[in-house]
Design a protein around this ligand. Sequence first.
Ligand code: FPP
Ligand code: MG
Length: 321
Amino acid sequence: MKKIHINEIIKSVNKRLEEIILDDLPVLNDIKKFVIESGGKRVRPIMLCLLNNIYNGNSKGALVLAAIVEIIHAASLLHDDVLDEADTRRGKPSGKALFGSKTVVLAGDYLLACGIKKLNEFNNSQLMSIFTKVIHDLSTAELYQMEYEKNSNITIEIYNKIIYGKTASLFQAACESAALWCNLKKEEINKLSILGKEIGMFFQIRDDYLDYFNPKILKKDPFQDFQRGIYTYPIIKVKNNQKNGINKKIHKYFLMSDKLRKNKEIQKDFMNLLHENNSKEKTLKDLEKLGESISLRLKNLPNGISKDLMEEQFKRLLNIN
Ligand code: FPP
Ligand code: MG
């Protein structure tokens, strides 16, 4: 019974994607098919629709908002795989590998245009400002991340700013727009906005944790962030221990050539360094703390089947083992 419910949401979101993403050219039709069949879990739209159910919002409009959220996400991933030169995503060929960089960059822009065009139909400046903020956050976060590549001066505050922009902002927008759509009071909107932000932050720190400590869950090769020279949570968390001069030791690896950081022996040495400094335990401890805060926020939602589904979804989504 519960399973059908989530599958129904996914089916309805896909139907909206089918309508909202136009296809002025054959290649855009191919991209549209690629986006719809990409194997994404539709986490953000599901969250928006479940919140809408919890607060008795109009589901027709919520589904359109959910599809817009997914379109922005899909556009950002098309662009991201070009920036990261990634030929695979979710264990399958990426858009970049299938269609080429030039095409997917333009197709990403096209997707955004389709999403904004649909959003405009709501004639709602608050919704418009939520989603334009997300697009702003996504682009600036990627630029910020590039600026801090291989830069040992990165702090946890800068890292948080980057992952807020590249991941948490869209989760937050999904929750906030559901709250707005349901005409909730300001205080309630704020609560859901924080819930979305925390889920997004957790999601990204978890991703960064798994990249080193349990990559199989992510269905991608390990050490992606290390290879790209990106300082992530498990490193930043331990790098400022002045006693053992670990910052310098870590930085040495980030000064190596990209080719060397792809070397298995180098990666093994780096893992030893992380283990010696309890990076795994420290990161897990922080994730647990954030996870507890999210669980409490979920627990405080109004009771009902959609709340149960939301809690179930997030237990699975935020799983680290
Ligand atoms: C994935 O991070 C990246 C993102 C979620 C955001 C990408 C955003 C842009 C490229 C800016 C352009 C924005 C728009 C709206 C078109 P990752 O590379 O760490 O994770 P991955 O393993 O999923 O690739
Ligand atoms: Mg990437």
